[in-house]
Ligand binder design. Structure first.
Ligand SMILES: *[C@@H]1O[C@H](CO)[C@@H](O)[C@H](O)[C@H]1NC(C)=O
Ligand SMILES: *[C@@H]1O[C@H](CO)[C@@H](O)[C@H](O)[C@H]1NC(C)=O
Ligand SMILES: *[C@@H]1O[C@H](CO)[C@@H](O)[C@H](O)[C@H]1NC(C)=O
Ligand SMILES: *[C@@H]1O[C@H](CO)[C@@H](O)[C@H](O)[C@H]1NC(C)=O
Ligand SMILES: *[C@@H]1O[C@H](CO)[C@@H](O)[C@H](O)[C@H]1NC(C)=O
Ligand SMILES: *[C@@H]1O[C@H](CO)[C@@H](O)[C@H](O)[C@H]1NC(C)=O
Ligand SMILES: *[C@@H]1O[C@H](CO)[C@@H](O)[C@H](O)[C@H]1NC(C)=O
Ligand SMILES: *[C@@H]1O[C@H](CO)[C@@H](O)[C@H](O)[C@H]1NC(C)=O
Length: 210
């Protein structure tokens, strides 16, 4: 009798261990992380005070956006990526741009560079501000929807909305030499729970079953 009980216990124990590993493996293989978006370069020719006088009439902005999929085993499919540019925080919308949607493989990164016509920006005031040794600030907001490719199938699309401030001085370039990582306003715990939810249900099911 005692021997039988011991065998059952061992069997239960190995079942728990196996389920535990299965759940851990499942979690590891289904876990996704959002791609990193950053502004690597930002240049406003009209604010470059060492440029010749003609570039003050050049109402363009140039940006270099990097999109980085850090995941080793999952691809990312981006829907159209909309970029909104603002002057002075989010006070004035000055330009919009759409990066057409595309697929990005495992551990890949890519750049999107573009020169845009900016409208509605108070150019004279901005030039005066940087000439006085102060800085002006731009805001870049990115919005898209991404889905992840795990082996042969795709997850549901989820929103990716991030933004960042770019400070520019009289060189016309961003002051911060480092890349500006675009961050989300809210960390979005809801989507995290949606992903972890099934695992918790599975785990509690195993516990109750035992
Ligand atoms: C600013 O203008 C000067 C003169 O035209 C040019 O040499 C320099 O490369 C410009 N700065 C940037 C960041 O392009
Ligand atoms: C400025 O632009 C005008 C035409 O828009 C041109 O005639 C002139 O040569 C330019 N000046 C410089 C310094 O490039
Ligand atoms: C504005 O400046 C950029 C960067 O220097 C240059 O590539 C572009 O041709 C200029 N555009 C006009 C209209 O002068
Ligand atoms: C993506 O953007 C292009 C233009 O940039 C547009 O023609 C197309 O309809 C957009 N696709 C979707 C799904 O919105
Ligand atoms: C930015 O906006 C604030 C609030 O509207 C204003 O007080 C400030 O002067 C603006 N700065 C620039 C550089 O336009
Ligand atoms: C950019 O798009 C928004 C709507 O998404 C619009 O309100 C704004 O006027 C547009 N700005 C420019 C400069 O086209
Ligand atoms: C720049 O400096 C001048 C004089 O020093 C001042 O009159 C002006 O208000 C300043 N402009 C800005 C945008 O700070
Ligand atoms: C403007 O920013 C550049 C890049 O960070 C820096 O090298 C330069 O010294 C700054 N200029 C001023 C006047 O602060």
């Amino acid at each position: 009798m005692a021997e039988y009980g011991g065998g059952c216990c061992r069997c239960c124990f190995s079942f728990i261990i196996t389920s535990g590993f299965a759940a851990l493996f499942m979690w590891l293989s289904l876990r996704t992380s959002k791609p990193d978006c950053s502004i690597e370069k930002f240049y406003v020719p009209a604010l470059n005070r060492s440029a010749d006088i003609n570039s003050t009439n050049n109402h363009t902005i140039y940006f270099d956006l990097k999109l980085d999929n850090g995941m080793k085993e999952k691809g990312v499919s981006y829907a159209n990526i909309s970029l909104n540019f603002f002057y002075n925080s989010t006070h004035l919308p000055i330009a919009n741009y759409t990066v057409p949607g595309f697929y990005q493989g495992h551990k890949k990164n890519t750049h999107r560079r573009q020169l845009l016509e900016a409208t509605g920006l108070p150019w004279a005031a901005a030039l005066e501000a940087v000439s006085n040794g102060s800085t002006v600030s731009f805001r870049v907001e990115l919005a898209t929807r991404v889905k992840y490719k795990i082996m042969f199938w795709y997850t549901k699309r989820e929103r990716l909305e991030v933004g960042g401030d770019v400070v520019v001085n009289d060189t016309g370039k961003k002051v911060n030499r480092k890349n500006i990582k675009l961050k989300s306003g809210s960390p979005g715990p809801a989507s995290h729970w949606v992903r972890v939810g099934p695992l918790l249900i599975l785990t509690s099911f195993i516990i109750v079953f035992l």
